[in-house]
Design a binder for this molecule. Structure first.
Ligand code: MLT
Length: 276
């Protein structure tokens, strides 16, 4: 049984029609743009600690991907390519001309690889958070299909209940009921269309391992020591294949390390930004 918190949605969001749907986003602060892409099946609210910290020095932009958060729950098919094009259309809409730092968490990282392949000239740096480069195995692909058909049949609540314990470290789970409740609220707030579409997109995403050696940008890889969805060793393996990478491990943090350990995450992020 999940205890749900009211979703303290960020209030200062905007909406725009792009690529045939209404996309919600937060856009705050000024300076070099930092663009934050959430994971599955989450929304831009996960970046609240980073928006608060970095809006003092940067322009911080965080979209809700199609079907997620306050964005329109349009039906699929979705793909990581479509997600990357949505992000690009938002940046065009906002008239962003400066190079951006793009930060993606987990599925957001899968979108970062695709964004790099499509729009490398846009990027000053990449921040790969709790993610990895490999494609789904056949077993994982079958699992995505099973999850999608369960969601179509039973809604998002059972998926949310199953995922919640995987997203946080044991320490967060025991010591931070506010975050547990906040994440439960976010998971349960994702539409069926968005959840199913994102499952398809992840199922069909390409292997980004061959891209790693081609990323000719500073890349910051940041990962929780206790990530139960993507083990830390995967981040180590990935960082080793990226020419200009820096890897940081956050202790006592799981898959949502930026929410679980915001001070440590933000300090490491700030150090990276200072090197650009
Ligand atoms: C995510 O956190 O975005 C997803 O769980 C990643 C995945 O399932 O591959």
């Amino acid at each position: 049984m999940i205890i749900r918190a009211e979703i303290p949605y960020l209030e200062d969001f905007m909406k725009t029609e792009i690529n045939g749907f209404e996309m919600a986003y937060t856009d705050t602060g000024s300076g070099t743009p930092l663009v934050f892409i959430h994971g599955f099946p989450l929304n831009r609210q996960i970046w609240q600690p980073q928006m608060e910290a970095f809006k003092e020095t940067h322009r911080v932009i965080a979209p809700d991907l199609r079907g997620h958060g306050d964005s329109q729950p349009i039906p699929g098919p979705y793909s990581v390519s479509l997600f990357a094009r949505d992000v690009e259309a938002l940046l065009d809409h906002l008239g962003i001309e400066r190079k951006i730092v793009l930060c993606g968490l987990s599925m957001g990282g899968y979108i970062c690889f695709e964004y790099f392949r499509k729009y490398p000239e846009r990027l000053a740096g990449l921040v790969l958070t709790a993610t990895w480069a490999e494609a789904d195995t056949p077993e994982k692909r079958a699992g995505r299909d099973q999850s999608a058909s369960n969601v179509l049949k039973n809604g998002v609540a059972p998926l949310a209940e199953g995922m919640l314990p995987l997203l946080l470290s044991p320490q967060t789970e025991q010591s931070n009921p506010a975050i547990v409740a906040e994440v439960a609220g976010i998971l349960n707030g994702t539409s069926v269309e968005g959840t199913v579409g994102a499952l398809q997109a992840m199922r069909d995403r390409p292997d980004s391992t061959p891209t790693l050696a081609e990323i000719n940008l500073p890349v910051f890889v940041i990962h929780g020591a206790d990530d139960r969805i993507i083990p830390f060793q995967e981040a180590e393996k990935m960082a080793a294949q990226i020419p200009q990478s820096k890897l940081v491990k956050i202790q006592n943090a799981g898959h949502l390390l930026n929410m679980e350990k915001p001070a440590e995450f933000n300090a490491a992020f700030k150090d990276f930004l200072e090197t650009l």
